[in-house]
Design a binder for this molecule. Structure first.
Ligand code: ZN
Ligand code: ZN
Length: 269
């Protein structure tokens, strides 16, 4: 079994065929998907999808692109929404200095609200970080100093130092289709050095389809292609990478019930 720790099933790209996409993922052996919230004001659509499909869970939060519109969403509100049984994570939240769609101090404020909610609920924080390595590292160090919280550096495409700091602070590192791109040798070198018990895989669908679908619309079934490259990168078999990343996933997303075929005492490497 594989899992997709990060996708966006509520995006209009999937509107016409959401059922078929979830069915294709299931047929491809993807046992769980987490559809990630990008706007609390559209959370209703996300939760409806999670309620519709047994294998789909969700997060609640505001993407850094949208944070200026949602500064009125407090950590108290996030904690309240996270009480729903299908909400297993907070986010995605963070810093995006590539697009800079919100002022940087506003991005930081929104991000810290989400950290407070993750600390309070104990749910993992899904972190989006792009071209913001130094500020991200500084905030993570500052905030974990006030009290630990579980987190994922999602769609990791930052520098080595941020991966190392994230791991040192207890975080997980999730790789997307970018890992499969020909020009991602440096990223694969970073992945090879992440401790095995902190590795995750994701699609970030509909974006970033892995090779051989690069440039096309992505979907959860394709996570197998990223897992295959991650297996080659760290020198394990495809069966081992599936067991490894799925174990990590269920350990981190501890609120999610495990399928009967995946006992809590699954052996770890
Ligand atoms: Zn993201
Ligand atoms: Zn995303």
């Amino acid at each position: 079994m594989l899992v997709d720790s990060h996708c966006h099933l509520d995006f209009p790209d999937f509107a016409e065929e959401r059922e078929a996409i979830v069915a294709r993922a299931k047929a491809a052996g993807i046992g769980r998907m987490v559809t990630i919230s990008t706007r609390v004001k559209r959370f209703q659509q996300v939760i409806e999808i999670a309620e519709t499909f047994d294998d789909v869970y969700c997060s609640v939060g505001t993407h850094p692109h949208n944070v200026a519109e949602e500064l009125d969403v407090t950590s108290v509100e996030l904690v309240r929404l996270a009480a729903h049984p299908k909400v297993v994570a907070i986010g995605e939240a963070g810093l995006d200095y590539f697009y800079d769609k919100a002022p940087r101090d506003v991005q930081a404020r929104g991000f810290r609200n989400h950290i407070a909610a993750a600390r309070e609920t104990g749910l993992p924080l899904v972190i989006h970080s792009r071209d913001a390595d130094e500020d991200m590292a500084a905030i993570l160090e500052d905030e974990t100093g006030k009290g630990a919280f579980p987190f994922i550096l999602h769609c990791f495409s930052s520098g080595r130092r941020l991966a190392e700091i994230g791991v040192a602070l207890g975080g997980y590192v999730s790789f997307s289709g970018i890992l499969t791109f020909k020009n991602s040798a440096e990223l694969r070198a970073i992945a090879a050095d992440v401790p095995h018990d902190r590795l995750l895989v994701e699609t970030d669908a509909p974006y970033l389809a892995p090779v051989p679908f690069r440039g096309k619309r992505n979907e959860p079934a394709y996570v197998a292609h990223t897992a295959k490259v991650l297996a080659e990168t760290i020198g394990v078999s495809e069966a081992e990478i599936a067991a490894l990343t799925t174990n990590n996933f269920f350990r981190l997303f501890g609120k999610m019930p495990r399928p009967p075929a995946w006992p809590s005492k699954a052996p770890e490497r």
